[in-house]
Design a protein around this ligand. Structure first.
Ligand code: MG
Ligand code: MG
Length: 265
């Protein structure tokens, strides 16, 4: 079943998505070599609760934390722990919140300190592939137009697209229909209509597209252990132009002031 949202409901998703954006900006202020991913998780959980919201991922199907933090070869669903971030790490942070009965969901991949040229390019291309997808999130297009735009962009730059994990509808539930793959055929699939709100989230690998699941039951990593990146926006389908409900602006403002990392995008 597809849930189409009213304008009022979309505004509530926007409020939740902007809180996610501001939470990720708190992470951006703190991220540096030497900090643990668990410390970043605590910063996020406190900020979310201080803003009268609930961390969406905490206890979701038993997930133990508020953020999914996935380093280097980890693609998504990494569990925060006491490992410290190192110079050169590629650190994907995925965050969701529930506020006023509606979810917001967004992810950003950070360069910790100075990263390799190839990692910086992976982050840039992944982020740009998300924007290519969003450009196609307009009334009258089909879902496959979003999927193929992401895929074509990422593959044309020599990277590969994870198949096993996809974007999703979002609203009163964290994960709603439709599934939003990052690969597919132009002109295929669901016709996009006003009121549809989706999370578009390319997961792009430097090497093989194949992934494996770690024994912790959550973490997904690349089969060849090469780096992976992940960027995600919550987006409302719009007439002529998509309405991006989440934002990277707060994150990037924070990164500019953080002398311990570098804006690569
Ligand atoms: Mg997410
Ligand atoms: Mg998502």
């Amino acid at each position: 079943m597809l849930f189409y949202k009213t304008k009022e409901e979309i505004e509530l998703v926007r409020e939740s998505s902007l809180l996610v954006a501001k939470t990720l900006a708190e992470v951006a202020k703190a991220i540096r070599p030497g900090i643990t991913t668990l410390e970043l998780d605590r910063i996020a959980e406190e900020f979310i609760r201080d803003n009268a919201a609930t961390p969406a991922f905490l206890n979701y199907n038993g997930f133990p934390n508020s953020l999914c933090i996935s380093l280097n070869a980890q693609v998504v669903h990494g569990i925060p722990n006491k490992d410290v971030l190192k110079e050169g790490d590629v650190c994907s942070v995925d965050c969701g919140v529930l506020k006023n009965g509606f979810y917001g969901d967004s992810a950003y991949t950070f360069a910790v300190g100075e990263v390799s040229e190839e990692s910086a390019r992976l982050l840039k291309v992944t982020r740009e592939s998300l924007l290519k997808g969003i450009e196609n999130a307009i009334v009258g297009n089909r879902l496959g137009d979003i999927s193929s735009a992401v895929q074509e962009y990422a593959e044309s730059h020599g990277f590969s697209v994870v198949r096993e994990l996809v974007g999703h509808g979002i609203g009163r539930h964290l994960h709603e229909k439709p599934e939003v793959p990052n690969y597919g055929k132009r002109g295929s699939g669901l016709v996009l209509k006003e009121g549809l709100v989706i999370a578009i989230e390319p997961m792009i690998n430097m090497g093989t597209k194949a992934v494996v699941h770690e024994k912790d039951g959550w973490t997904v990593r690349t089969a060849d252990r090469k780096p992976s990146a992940h960027f995600e926006h919550t987006v409302a389908i719009g007439k002529g132009k998509a309405d991006i409900l989440s934002s990277f602006e707060f994150i990037e403002e924070a990164l500019k002031k953080n002398i311990n990392t570098k804006v690569t995008n």
